[in-house]
Each structure stands twice: as structure tokens, then as C-alpha cells.
Design a protein around this ligand. Structure first.
Ligand code: ASP
Length: 330
């Protein structure tokens, strides 16, 4: 039997960044070059590599990802056992989350990158790419949706976050931890996320910009009215603790929530937004009564992308609330 077929889409980032005579390294290596730099890949899979974008990952947009999701689905339908996406680590937690919503296939979609560029000692790109291809080619990762393979760990897109500016062990999935790992070249999966939460975007999906607002000590909310004035279609509030804001901004939030979906997330980075504990003005009970939508366990960045995709797919405010509400139940 031949080796499984794996498609690699490269999108730039540190993994592909070398010195090109500019101020610092830049993402110039193609997908083909990344694959041919790791001879061990030949023993794992038959790989086709495509350079989908060559950029630093802050340049990637939701529109790019919708296009990439369609390409990925096409590759899987054409017989690929799995797909690997290489890109910058700065936005992996967001891009993997979007791909996980948009690609509805059993075959694994694996996102990876590098923290140390190829010009540095201990560059981690080659090992990450090899491990990503091993996971993409393996049966054990089928049905997991989109995962991030990094530093020999397998992380579910719905939980993963970048937690360090330079450490190769930057990706973490609180509170569950990785869903598996790669040991001696063998992928092992020990946890499976519940539910799939797939979304299909219409071909004429309308632009639906969603603002992300981080609440901080002493905030008086003077920026908030600008959100509607600037044409945003929705807002995610990263509130303090269990979902709390200064009382000075509650009226403005209530006003916005009467005209656009306003989702209440937590800035803490762990746990669910509360629903029924505190009663002060600006508490979670107060804000939910004023029409804000509960983000559950999703952090602000992932909640913003889910709201963006829901709005693009034409969901009503009730459908948006229902999706966030039932997220944990699958
Ligand atoms: N700035 C880079 C990027 O996200 C960082 C990286 O790849 O690690 O494109």
C-alpha cells in the first residue's frame, strides 16, 4: 500500500521567515521549500505543498480563511488523508478556530508553525512540520476537527491559546490540556472534544465586522459609542472576572445590545462567564438582564470569531444567543 496523501498549505509566518536583506527575517520560504527541508517527511506521507499566502499572520483575514476552508475541503474530497496548514503563531488560536467551524470533514486539519525561525539554533519549524504531517496522515486524529500540533502536542482548536512571546512551548489549552501528543513519531489521542459546531457560509456572505472591547480598571466607556458609529455589526466585551464591568458603562452597553449582538466574555483566560452569582450593577446577572449574550467558556478572541461567522451566515440575535448558550453541550 502507498503512503497516505497529505496536502500542505503554507501561509508564511516565522516557520518560513529568513533574512532577505531587510530589517529582520521575513516570510519568504514557499510551502514546497518547507517540505523539502525535512527529508523524514518522505517516509510518512506523499505530500503536495501549496503556497496559499506568504505573510506574517496578523495579515490573515476571515475572508482568507473561508477561501482556505473551501480549498481544504476540496483536497480532502479529492482523496487527501489530511491537511496541514503552516502559518505564523500569532494568530493560530484564531485561524484554527475558524477552520474548525468551516471545514466539516472527518479527515484531520492540522495547523502548525514555529517560534524560532530557520536562521536560529534550535529552529522548531522542521520538527513541528514533521509532527503535523504525522498527525494529518494518521487515523487516530480523524474526527477531531482542526487541531494545532506544536512542540509534539496536539491541541483542539477550541481551547488552544498562545501564552508566551518566544518560548517554543507557547501553546496551551486551559483547562483541559492537549488532547494528545506525538511520541517517537506516533500520534496518540487521549481526549475528544464534544460536539462539532460547524457553520456554512453563504457564497455571498456579508462583511460583518465585530469589535473586541477589553474592559479595564476605571473604564468610563467613552469609546463604546464609536463602535456603532464606525459600522460594527456586533461587539464582544472582555469583561473582568466572571463577567463584570464598572457601573459607568452599563447603560451604554445596554443601549448597544438593543441594536446589535453584544457578547459578554471574560478577560481572565479561563473558566466560564458566570450567570447567576453576583447582583451588583455591572455584574453578570445585571448585564445578561440588559440583553448581553453569554459567551460561556469562549475567550474574547474566539467569541469574536464565532459571532463574526454567525453574522456572516445570517444568524438572528436569538440564534447567536442559542449557539453560545449550547456551546458546551455540543
Ligand atoms: N509574527 C509571526 C507571525 O505570526 C510570529 C510567528 O510566526 O511565530 O507571523
Amino acid at each position: 500500500m502507498g503512503l497516505p496523501r497529505v496536502t500542505v498549505f503554507s501561509m508564511g509566518g516565522t516557520i518560513s521567515s529568513v533574512d532577505s536583506g531587510g530589517k529582520g527575517v521575513e516570510p519568504t520560504l514557499t510551502g514546497e521549500a518547507l517540505v523539502s527541508d525535512v527529508p523524514e517527511i518522505e517516509r510518512v506521507a506523499e505530500v503536495s505543498a501549496f503556497s496559499f499566502r506568504q505573510a506574517a499572520s496578523p495579515e490573515i483575514t476571515v475572508r482568507d480563511l473561508a477561501e482556505l476552508a473551501a480549498e481544504i475541503s476540496g483536497q480532502i474530497d479529492g482523496g487527501a488523508a489530511g491537511v496541514v496548514v503552516t502559518q505564523g503563531t500569532d494568530t493560530i488560536e484564531e485561524t484554527s478556530f475558524v477552520l474548525d467551524r468551516l471545514v466539516d470533514r472527518e479527515a484531520p486539519v492540522v495547523v502548525t508553525g514555529a517560534m524560532r525561525n530557520p536562521t536560529l539554533p534550535g529552529a522548531d519549524g522542521p520538527a513541528n512540520l514533521l509532527a503535523a504531517i504525522q498527525v494529518a496522515a494518521s487515523d487516530v486524529a480523524r474526527g477531531l476537527g482542526t487541531v494545532v500540533v506544536f512542540n509534539d502536542e496536539i491541541h483542539a482548536a477550541r481551547f488552544v491559546r498562545k501564552t508566551h512571546t518566544s518560548n517554543p512551548a507557547t501553546f496551551r489549552s486551559d483547562p483541559v490540556g492537549p488532547v494528545g501528543w506525538v511520541s517517537e513519531h506516533l500520534p496518540r489521542v487521549v481526549l475528544r472534544p464534544t460536539g462539532k459546531h460547524k457553520l456554512a457560509l453563504p457564497t455571498d456572505a456579508r462583511e460583518s465586522p465585530v469589535a473586541l472591547y477589553h474592559v479595564a480598571l476605571g473604564d468610563d466607556g467613552r469609546l463604546l459609542p464609536e463602535i456603532e458609529a464606525k459600522g460594527y455589526a456586533g461587539l464582544v466585551v472582555e469583561a473582568m472576572g466572571g463577567g463584570h464591568v464598572p457601573s459607568a458603562i452599563v447603560d451604554t452597553l445596554e443601549d448597544l445590545a438593543s441594536r446589535m449582538p453584544v457578547v459578554l466574555a471574560s478577560r481572565t483566560g479561563g473558566g466560564e462567564v458566570l450567570r447567576a452569582t453576583y447582583g451588583f450593577v455591572g455584574s453578570e446577572t445585571d448585564l445578561l438582564e440588559r440583553g448581553l449574550i453569554y459567551a460561556g467558556p469562549l475567550d474574547g478572541r474566539k467569541a469574536r470569531l464565532l459571532l463574526t461567522l454567525l453574522l456572516q451566515s445570517g444568524a438572528s440575535k436569538e440564534e447567536v444567543a442559542h449557539t453560545f448558550d449550547t456551546w458546551l453541550d455540543g
